[in-house]
Design a protein around this ligand. Structure first.
Ligand code: FAD
Length: 461
């Protein structure tokens, strides 16, 4: 069979690329080795957010007692949590399958390998191989967890984000190696389930790529839920000791530490899946496939998108790149403008950011100002007893252009879209201050902060 475009990988990069190309009138084949929806739907965004909802409900029930609402004894059923997660995944997966059918996209279940001509894909399923050809290829094969070279790791049972959602029982204790986004979200889930959680992070702050103050507030709030953190710390050795795992390492002061844990989760980053294109002479950017702003690789007929090209490893970035790749592979001309990328961490409290952080601005030597509004001054946050957090704006002083926003608190992963919109439209602090925000909402804190900044700017003039 010959197609205009073959897409390899059915995650939020691949299926969006396939749908977009089909809507542009192209004949499209989509090849997926496992489950439609990729990491995001099956082992990432959706299972984690489904279980974070469980954690949120547990926290609300616990708080209810303080607020004079009496409930029964709390009990958790991991089996029911898994059932709910699986039904959410199934429902969304069926939705994707339906869209593919509607657009008459040919779905091939199997492992795809692009042959050296750059136009043929060999698809292997159940030991049988078949070949299809295409004018253009879009590689959207995603990424898998990095397993660090820690002594003894090979000989203990450990979890990754690929296996943690299939645990047979709630562990009494869980040590998480890696305090990045995935690590802290999973820490929140298991702490709510009354697992004793310890997070060990090599950098000096958790969520290392985010604003330091936001990381500080998050750490404090998670510590209040009983989660223990060791930052600036490195795990050197792990070993099975009966039913427990012993974790040894070096802390921030260079002192040796050792702890015992019932379960171990490794979350230290993700590496690209490039074996599907190992027979092509593709230029690389470190381990990732190198692309230009049209998502073109160094091989003319081949495009690449999503986690396999590195950068922000986020589902919405993969989907944005998918639209660009599909347009170019269909003969249109489109480039990606990824300056405004919202980033969300769905912990309790949530963290969300867009654009540049204060520390990043300092690192780049930019002449910017920052201002912060603490949610302790926000009526909606206080009424919900969720005022541990803030909104922060990084702006350029001359025109007041907003260059970055970071928020910690309730609903901020929803609120960040409006901050992204101001930035996308190159909005200024003045425009933000003039907008009417509804009251009482947490989002009005953004408007209030903009008014403070405006007063500050006017005083200077
Ligand atoms: P993937 O989703 O990884 O899809 C790639 C697909 O390609 C897979 O289905 C794979 O089976 C298939 N494949 C690979 N090789 C082949 C081959 N040779 N032949 C056929 N098929 C192949 N991002 C967010 O934006 N928000 C979140 O809240 C969020 N939460 C996350 C939570 C966790 C626990 C994890 C692990 C990730 C999370 N992410 C989140 C990241 C997000 O999942 C990824 O950025 C996103 O899935 C990348 O999409 P992709 O299409 O590039 O790759």
């Amino acid at each position: 069979m010959h197609y205009d475009i073959a897409v390899i990988g059915g995650g939020p990069g691949g299926y969006v690329a396939a749908l977009h190309a089909a809507r542009l009138g192209k004949t499209v084949a989509l090849i997926e080795a496992k489950d439609l929806g990729g990491t995001c739907l099956n082992r990432g965004c959706i299972p984690s957010k489904t279980w974070l909802k469980h954690a949120e409900i547990i926290e609300s029930i616990e708080k209810a007692h303080e607020w004079g609402i009496e409930t029964g004894t709390l009990a958790f059923s991991l089996a029911k949590m898994k059932q709910r997660k699986d039904s959410v995944i199934m429902r969304l997966r069926q939705g994707i399958a339906g869209l593919l059918r509607q657009e008459k996209i040919a779905l091939f279940q199997g492992y795809g390998q692009v042959l050296p001509d750059g136009h043929t894909v060999e698809i292997v399923a159940d030991g049988k191989a078949e070949r299809i050809t295409a004018e253009r290829m879009i590689v959207a094969t995603g990424s898998t967890p990095v397993i660090p070279p820690i002594e003894g790791l090979d000989s203990v049972h450990y979890e990754t984000s690929d296996t943690i959602f299939d645990l047979a029982e709630i562990p009494a204790s869980l040590t998480i190696i890696g305090g990045g986004v995935i690590g802290v979200e999973l820490a929140c889930i298991f702490a709510a389930l009354k697992t004793e959680v310890t997070v060990i992070e090599m950098a000096n702050q958790i969520i290392p790529s985010e604003d330091a103050e936001a990381a500080g507030v998050l750490r404090k709030q998670l510590q209040m839920k009983g989660i223990r953190f060791a930052t600036g710390s490195k795990v050197d050795h792990v070993a099975q000791t009966g039913k427990m795992i012993t974790v040894k390492g070096t802390d921030a002061n260079g002192h040796a530490f050792a702890l015992e844990t019932a379960s171990l989760l490794v979350c230290v980053g993700r590496k690209p899946n490039t074996s599907a294109v190992s027979q092509l002479p593709l230029a690389k950017n470190g381990p990732f496939i190198a692309v230009n702003d049209r998502m073109e690789t160094s091989v003319p007929s081949v495009y690449a998108i999503g986690d396999v090209i590195g950068g922000y490893q986020l589902a919405h970035v993969a989907s944005a790149e998918a639209i660009v790749a599909a347009a170019n592979a269909s003969g249109l001309a489109k480039t990606i403008g990824c300056r405004v990328v919202p980033r969300c961490i769905y912990t309790l409290p949530e963290v969300a950011s867009v654009g540049i952080s204060e520390q990043e601005a300092v690192k780049q030597g930019l002449s910017v100002k920052t201002a912060r509004f603490d949610l302790i001054g926000n009526g909606k946050a206080i009424s919900a007893d969720e005022f541990a957090g803030f909104v922060k704006i990084v702006y350029e002083e001359r025109f007041g252009e907003i260059l970055g926003v970071t928020m910690v608190g309730p609903h901020v992963t929803e609120m960040i879209s409006s901050a992204s919109a101001y930035m996308f439209l190159e909005g200024t602090v003045e425009e933000l201050a003039e907008m009417i925000h509804p009251h009482p909402t947490v989002s009005e804190s953004l408007g209030e902060l903009a008014q403070h900044i405006l007063t500050r700017l006017k005083r200077k003039q």
